[in-house]
Design a protein around this ligand. Structure first.
Ligand code: CP
Length: 307
C-alpha cells in the first residue's frame, strides 16, 4: 500500500518493518530515491513537530520539498482539497503529506488520485506517524511490546493519538489501559473495562502516556481549570513518585506544562518527550521510503548504505 492513512491498515509485520527501517535511519543508514522526486506538505491545521519533521525527513532522503502554505494558496479562493491535490499531482509532485481538520478527509482522495497520501493527522481520527514514533520510542526502551502495560491518560475522546496507539499496541501484544476525566473517555470505540482511576493507572504502567487537553476541540471550553485538571488527572510531582521503577513518561506534545504534567517533569529522567520528537524524523523517513519503494516498483533496500 503506497498510502499511509491509519495504523489499522498496517499489519503487525508492516509495523515491524517500518520500525526496523526507522531504527536503521537513527543508526546512520542512508537511502535515496532512484530519481528526482518532489514532496508537498499540506497542513490545514497548525503543527510544529509533524510538519517540520516531515520536511527534515524529506530533505534527508534527498526529496525536493515544494513550499506550500494553506494561507497563501488557492484554498483561500475556495479550491477544494481534491482539486488542490490533483493540481499538485499534475504539476509533478510525487508524495503528499496532509493534515486536515476533517475526520477521514482522505476518503474522497483514495481511488481518485495516484500520488501516495501520507496522513499527518485527520480531525479526531488518526495520526499514524505519531503512533509509529511512539512505538519506536517504547521498543527502544523495552525491546518488546508483549506484556507491557501502557496507560493512556487524558483527553481521550478528542485524541487521534489515543485511538491509533490503542489499536497498534494491542495488536503488538501490550495491554492498554485508560484514565482521565470519565466524560472525556469514549466507550464507543475503546474498551470501557480498561478505564481506571488515575493513581491506579500510574502505579501499574510501564509507560505513562499523557495526552494534551485539546482546548480548541472542547465546545464548553474550560470544564476544568488548569489547576483542577492538574491535581485531579495530571502527572504531578507526587504521582511521578508512585511510578514503577524503569517506567517512562511520554506525551505527543505540544505540552500544556503544569496541566497534563508538572513543568519540572517534562525533561526529567523518566521523560521521553523530546526523544519521541527525535524519533519522529526517523519514522517519517521510513514511511516515505516505503511509499517511494512502491512508486519505484518494490526495490526494497536498494540504494541503501551506511555512513
Ligand atoms: N504531536 C504533534 O502532532 O505535534 P504537532 O501538532 O506540533 O505536529
Amino acid at each position: 500500500e503506497k498510502h499511509l492513512l491509519t495504523t489499522n491498515e498496517l499489519k503487525v509485520e508492516d509495523i515491524h518493518q517500518i520500525l526496523s527501517d526507522a531504527q536503521k535511519f537513527a543508526d546512520g543508514m542512508v537511502w535515496k530515491p532512484e530519481r528526482q522526486m518532489f514532496a508537498a506538505n499540506l497542513f490545514f491545521e497548525a503543527s510544529t513537530r509533524t510538519k517540520s519533521s516531515f520536511e527534515v525527513a524529506e530533505r534527508r532522503l534527498g526529496l525536493e520539498v515544494i513550499p506550500f502554505e494553506v494561507s497563501t494558496s488557492s484554498v483561500q479562493k475556495g479550491e477544494t482539497l481534491y482539486d488542490t491535490v490533483r493540481t499538485l499531482e499534475s504539476i509533478g509532485v510525487n508524495l503528499i503529506v496532509i493534515r486536515h481538520q476533517q475526520d477521514r478527509y482522505f476518503d474522497e482522495l483514495i481511488g481518485s488520485v495516484n500520488t501516495p497520501i501520507i496522513n499527518g493527522g485527520d480531525g479526531c481520527g488518526h495520526h499514524p506517524t505519531q503512533s509509529l514514533l511512539d512505538l519506536m520510542t517504547i521498543y527502544q526502551e523495552f525491546g518488546r511490546f508483549q506484556g507491557l502495560k501502557i496507560a493512556i491518560i487524558g483527553d481521550i475522546c478528542h485524541s487521534r493519538v489515543a485511538r491509533s496507539n490503542a489499536d497498534a499496541l494491542t495488536r503488538l501484544g501490550a495491554e492498554v489501559i485508560f484514565s482521565g476525566p470519565e466524560e472525556w473517555f469514549e466507550s464507543n470505540s475503546l474498551d470501557a473495562s480498561k478505564f481506571m482511576p488515575v493513581d491506579y493507572a500510574i502505579q501499574q504502567a510501564d509507560v505513562v502516556m499523557l495526552l494534551r487537553v485539546q482546548h480548541e476541540r472542547h465546545e464548553q471550553k474550560g470544564s476544568f481549570t488548569a489547576n483542577e485538571y492538574h491535581s485531579q488527572f495530571g502527572l504531578t510531582v507526587e504521582r511521578e513518585k508512585m511510578m514503577k521503577a524503569g517506567s517512562i513518561i511520554m506525551h505527543p506534545a505540544p505540552v500544556n506544562r503544569d496541566v497534563e504534567i508538572a513543568d519540572s517533569l517534562v525533561e526529567c529522567n523518566r521523560s521521553r518527550i523530546f526523544k519521541q520528537m527525535e524519533n519522529g524524523v526517523f519514522v517519517r523517513m521510513a514511511v516515505l521510503k516505503r511509499s517511494i519503494e512502491i512508486l519505484q516498483g518494490g526495490n526494497r533496500n536498494e540504494n541503501t548504505y551506511t555512513e
